[in-house]
Design a protein around this ligand. Structure first.
Ligand SMILES: [Zn+2]
Length: 344
């Protein structure tokens, strides 16, 4: 899922995302709450309408951003008080408030308010953090069930409903992860996410946490790993049974001139590409690789042209979406083979 922090996947217009085959994008609750404000978005019919994206949308709970504002926040059992990074104004987020904001935004999938445990976190700290996450998951779900009918598009799309996913935390402690997963599954969310990964831990630990947690989550509901990863990681996790992932990496790296290609990572700023008339990735058939050369992309970057971020992002998104498409295709053909086998 490409990440559209402020109601935009940075530098890439919505029609281009459609051409690339993006089926769902993310919006960040914290940013949209501060600007332009969730009530303004509600009055305009919800986030789909506001950003003109008639496809699936997911909003995070705002928790991750709030917790990354280390110096500006104060956590209590009730919620989190934080200062806006925009103007220093003081705000208080509770699980109920996060859900209210997400209902006003009206994304197809909303997320429970959780505390993203930092890394490293010792056991007492991870336990305390998990206690909050589990209490907040219950409160998020209760409030969501009582208010989910208040989405801005309810009358227009009667019969469709917003979903709420729970988030498994527990730091890098497998027994805490298990405890959290079991508790959330009892609560019966519409889908489950594994959060608190990609927070600075070594990659083997990310893999271990996913491998330990995934089998505890129901296979017939979406299983989502938040905030990952590099191209080879997302392929590996998808093959393990992960259904959804989001990451700013393809677009953020693109704006810094880093392209992911079939030949590995390519830093388009390098001088060796100054007169390279080959496509960014010879194996890629995206609209950028079909039309532009490495030399031109390098020039745009060197000249500080806005188009640079756009073209680099389009290629990286095409590369990421291509990986997932291949994984889906291989799963589909594997299941076809399986089915015909069963018939025989
Ligand atoms: Zn390409």
């Amino acid at each position: 899922m490409p990440v559209g922090t402020q109601g935009t996947v940075k530098t890439v217009p919505q029609d281009t995302l459609e051409t690339l085959g993006a089926e769902i994008i993310l919006g960040n609750t914290y940013h949209l709450y501060l600007r332009p404000g969730h009530e303004a978005i509600r009055r305009m019919g919800g986030l789909h309408k506001f950003i003109s994206w008639p496809h699936a949308l997911l909003t995070d709970s705002g928790g991750f951003q709030v917790f990354s504002l280390n110096e500006l926040r104060k956590v209590t059992d009730d919620g989190v008080r934080f200062r806006s990074h925009l103007d220093g104004s003081s705000h208080f987020f509770t699980p109920e408030h996060s859900i209210d904001v997400q209902i006003a935004l009206g994304a197809d999938i909303a997320m429970a308010f959780d505390e993203c445990t930092e890394y490293p976190a010792d056991r007492p700290r991870a336990e305390e953090s998990l206690r909050l996450t589990m209490a907040w998951a219950r409160r998020s779900l209760d409030h969501f069930r009582a208010h989910r009918h208040e989405v801005p598009w309810q009358q227009e799309f009667e019969g469709s409903a917003q979903s709420l996913f729970g988030i498994v935390q527990g730091g890098m402690h497998t027994d805490l992860r298990r405890q959290c997963a079991e508790r959330l599954v009892e609560m019966d969310f519409d889908g489950y996410a594994i959060g608190g990964l990609s927070v600075g831990e070594p990659r083997e630990l990310t893999l271990e946490m996913i491998a330990e947690t995934l089998p505890l989550l129901p296979k017939d509901k979406p299983r989502y790993v938040m905030g990952v990863g590099y191209p080879d990681e997302i392929e590996q996790y998808a093959c393990m049974g992960v259904d959804m992932m989001d990451c700013v990496l393809p677009t953020r790296a693109a704006r810094h001139g880093l392209l992911f290609t079939s030949e590995g990572r390519l830093n388009i700023k390098n001088k060796q590409y100054a007169e390279d008339q080959g496509p960014p990735d010879p194996a890629c058939d995206c609209m950028v690789c079909c039309r532009y050369s490495r030399a031109y992309l390098r020039h745009l970057m060197q000249a500080g042209e806005a188009l640079s971020g756009t073209l680099n992002s389009i290629h990286n998104l095409a590369f990421y979406l291509g990986i997932m498409r291949r994984v889906r295709d291989s799963l589909a053909s594997a299941s076809t083979v399986g089915n015909s086998g069963a018939q025989i």
